[in-house]
Design a protein around this ligand. Structure first.
Ligand SMILES: [Zn+2]
Length: 135
C-alpha cells in the first residue's frame, strides 16, 4: 500500500493534466464548462458542450501573493493569467515557489502540485508549471 507521500509524488510527476472546458455551437471555447450561456452569442443549455482542453498554455501575467487567509496555502505563492492553447484566458495558481515558477511568456502545462511544499501530506492543487514533456 502506498503512503500518502508516495501518492502525492505520483500525482505531481504526471506531466499534463487535461482540463474540462466547454465549446459553444458558435465555436467559442471557454473554461470551466458551464451551461448558463455563451459569452459571445448568448446560446445556452445543449448548445454548450463539454470539451477536453489540452492543459497547455502561455503565461500572460504573474503576481506573487504575500498574505493569504487559508493556513493550508502558506504564502508566498504565485498566481497568473494563463492563455490556454484553445483560446480562453484563465486565472490560475503557478506550481513551484514564486522565485522559480513560470514567468510571463513561458509555455506551461496544468499539473497537480502540493499546496504546501514543506508538508509531505499536503493536499494537491491544480496549477501550471513550465517544462513538461510533450505527450
Ligand atoms: Zn456562442
Amino acid at each position: 500500500m502506498k503512503t500518502d507521500a508516495a501518492v502525492v509524488a505520483q500525482e505531481v510527476s504526471k506531466p499534463v493534466l487535461p482540463l474540462v472546458g466547454g465549446k459553444c455551437r458558435c465555436g467559442y471555447v471557454f473554461f470551466p464548462m458551464q451551461t448558463f450561456g455563451c459569452e459571445m452569442c448568448g446560446r445556452n443549455g445543449d448548445d454548450l458542450m463539454p470539451v477536453t482542453l489540452s492543459g497547455r498554455g502561455q503565461v500572460v501575467s504573474k503576481a506573487v501573493v504575500h498574505i493569504h487567509a487559508d493556513p493550508k496555502r502558506p504564502p508566498p505563492f504565485a498566481v497568473a493569467i494563463v492563455e490556454l492553447e484553445e483560446g480562453p484566458q484563465i486565472r490560475a495558481l503557478l506550481a513551484d515557489p514564486p522565485d522559480v515558477s513560470a514567468e510571463p511568456g513561458d509555455v506551461v502545462t496544468a499539473r497537480l502540485f502540493p499546496s504546501n511544499y514543506s508538508d509531505s501530506e499536503s493536499r494537491l492543487d491544480v496549477g501550471f508549471a513550465r517544462n513538461a514533456p510533450k505527450e
